[in-house]
Design a protein around this ligand. Structure first.
Ligand code: DAT
Ligand code: MG
Length: 151
């Protein structure tokens, strides 16, 4: 099976609201494998780099201020199709477009406080993982569930 990795982060509002466990639970229960996790107080410079594709947007500076307003919990999840399925677990960018059953559909209201980040493509996942984690922070391990999740 071809494995992918994605970068998922519980944003400062998600951390403050006690949604770290819920986020981890949903990715675990789906069957994805956690390969890195840490709590980080990110700098503005780091967040500007993370969101550099949105530099021209009117909400860019507010977005970076919000993301620096408290710690985030940064994670790397691994699995077949984890980038696209991770986005499905999150829901849409706007909570109002996110269905119940998704993290954003179940736990938030406002696009500027949408509790969790997920990479939007395999390419951006690679860039984001490299930005947030050192190579040695990514753990290689075999889950005992592997052979029951994949044929
Ligand atoms: P996503 O986080 O779903 O990948 P994105 O990459 O387009 O969405 O934007 C990054 C974040 O920026 C998003 O999670 C919340 C914020 N954002 C996006 N569109 C916005 C808007 N119209 N107004 C305010 N914040 C917005
Ligand atoms: Mg995005």
């Amino acid at each position: 099976v071809a494995m992918e990795q994605t970068f998922i982060a519980v944003k400062p509002d998600g951390v403050q609201r006690g949604l770290v466990g819920e986020t981890v639970r949903r990715f675990e229960q789906k069957g994805f494998k956690l390969v890195a996790m840490k709590m980080v107080q990110a700098s503005s410079a780091h967040l500007e780099e993370h969101y550099k594709d949105l530099k021209e947007k009117p909400f860019f500076s507010g977005l970076c201020t919000y993301m620096a307003s408290g710690p985030v919990v940064a994670m790397v999840w691994e699995g077949s199709g984890v980038v696209a399925m991770g986005r499905m677990l999150l829901g849409e960018t706007k909570p109002q477009d996110s269905l119940p059953g998704t993290l954003r559909g179940d736990f938030c209201i406002n696009v500027g406080r949408n509790i969790v980040h997920g990479s939007d493509s395999v390419e951006s996942a690679k860039r984001e993982i490299a930005l947030w984690f050192k190579r040695e922070e990514i753990v290689t391990w075999k889950s005992c569930t592997h052979d029951w999740l994949y044929e």
